[in-house]
Design a protein around this ligand. Sequence first.
Ligand code: G3H
Length: 250
Amino acid sequence: MRKPIIAGNWKMFKTVSEAEAFLAEVKGKAEVEGVDSVICAPYIALPALTKAAQGTKIGIGAQNLHFEDNGAYTGEISGIMLKDLNVSYVIIGHSERRAYFAETDEIVNKKVHAAFKHGLTPIVCVGEKLEEREADQTKNVCNVQTTAAFQGLSAEQAAQVVIAYEPIWAIGTGKSSTAADAEDVIAYIRDVVVGLYNQETADAVRIQYGGSVKPNNIKEYLAQPNIDGALVGGASLEPASYIELVQGAK
Ligand SMILES: O=C[C@H](O)COP(=O)(O)O
């Protein structure tokens, strides 16, 4: 039985004080037995959030990391630095990073290895563009991205990866994939992991759906046998909505 995981991806929203106020409001409410609740915030809010989340069931995540530990990489943040702040999760290969910051499958794979090196749980994003969906390439794209992201991971590491299937055309558009379509692709991604490792490993991997998930549709997704949670952008920014999402995952 896989534990559902709801992760809010705040993207480039919220100042430190706004982040602190948010956490104070969701404490105790966005904490549900049997559900992992994670907030992925901008780097500058991570010290305050990890402190405020101590002793709660809320995990704190970053939205990116560099694959090297240290070096002349102006503006970058490494796994060592995140671990030092008690960050537990890191989003890797979000489509916005792939599109606007030229992240390739190879870079994504290096970042996944860096996350494991520093004891961070990677949330690896995969998903197709609209034109790829229209060309019936959805599964092919997910296969290529998943296979590349897992390259060189042991079965034990692979089992701990969280995959977020996010069809790019559904992100921030209000056009969510139907639960049945998301289930079909996510079941396929699980099969890809079976092929890379074995059934036991694939059964352990948690796969989220992401793309216009809201409190009013979370239950439809979570009712699907292969969908183990959601990676949520817009609807994770308001405390009340985030609480509903976490509580809806039960
Ligand atoms: O990481 C989250 C996704 O990009 C989904 O964003 P959204 O919920 O605003 O569509």
